[in-house]
Write a protein of this length. Structure first.
Length: 282
């Protein structure tokens, strides 16, 4: 993962509503995902494709534009691909991906156009067994995120929560596998949605926990979630200062294995963490 910092907030918006799409483009989201899949009924998908092709020219400071197409193997997926040349977008979100082969297939279908691909990688039962395969995916793979809603439906679950109100083990496992798979593939790990958009405190807690674990962004389903998500995935001034001090210390003594910074011992893993913090700083 190189270049500009990856998007912290990825806001979903149904593509069959021009009003909602324009509102989303006016938010502080780092990336907007125009959805052609779950939030758009089958009869409305042609309308959504038409509206996407008619979006106005980009304005300075606008979020990145991504499109979630329909899953591989569906008629709607093929129709989405046929319409892509009419869209001015930055990347494709692929739902229900089951392995790196799906990313390779999509990249081949997009050729000669080369667009970054954000794969949602835990939405089917089979997908949980293929997370390491994304290391072999095409270089277009830019991000991986996970989803509990589709997975719980695929598994026939009555709830994705345990008796304590937390995600059940299966969904925690899916989340952790997504994180590890994305890091192994050297792409952005993106945490899943927090469904209750009215619960700001819950969102903040979940986003901060995700950031501390290694995720660098989070999916959003409502504009009210953007601010808390951006804040959670933006290093604080104190974190930036400490990271810079670690990097500077190793730059001054490049052959050192262990150094003291701010009264604490730091080694190579701390340097790697510090470099990641500075890369995410905005």
């Amino acid at each position: 993962m190189s270049g500009s910092p990856p998007p912290r907030s990825w806001l979903f918006v149904p593509a069959d509503s021009n009003k909602k799409m324009m509102k989303a483009l006016g938010t502080e989201a780092d990336a907007v995902i125009f959805d052609l899949e779950d939030s758009v009924g089958r009869a409305s998908k042609p309308i959504a494709r038409e509206l996407l092709s008619l979006l106005p020219a980009r304005r300075e400071g606008e979020p990145e534009r991504w499109v979630r197409i329909n899953p591989i193997g569906t008629e709607s997926h093929d129709l989405d691909l046929e319409a892509l040349d009419d869209f001015d977008i930055d990347g494709i979100v692929l739902p229900k991906a089951e392995s790196g082969d799906d990313v390779c297939d999509l990249a081949a279908a997009l050729a000669p156009r080369s667009l970054p691909i954000h794969a949602i990688v835990t939405e089917t039962a089979a997908s949980l067994f293929g997370l390491l395969s994304y290391r072999r995916a095409e270089p277009q793979l830019a991000a991986m995120s996970w989803g509990a809603e589709d997975l719980s439906a695929a598994l026939g679950a009555s709830s994705k929560y345990g008796a304590n109100g937390e995600l059940a083990f299966t969904y925690k496992l899916a989340r952790s596998l997504c994180l590890a798979g994305a890091v192994a593939a050297d792409v952005q790990p993106v945490d899943g949605v927090f469904a209750d958009f009215r619960d700001e405190a819950g969102l903040i807690a979940e986003a901060r926990a995700a950031a501390s674990e290694g995720f660098t962004g989070k999916l959003a389903i409502h504009p009210a979630q953007i601010g808390p998500i951006n804040a959670a995935f933006t290093p604080s001034a104190e974190e930036i200062a400490h990271a810079q001090a670690v990097v500077d210390a190793f730059a001054a003594e490049p052959d050192a294995g262990v150094l003291s910074v701010d009264g604490k011992m730091v080694d190579l893993p701390h340097l790697i963490q510090a470099q990641a913090v500075l890369a995410r700083a905005r």
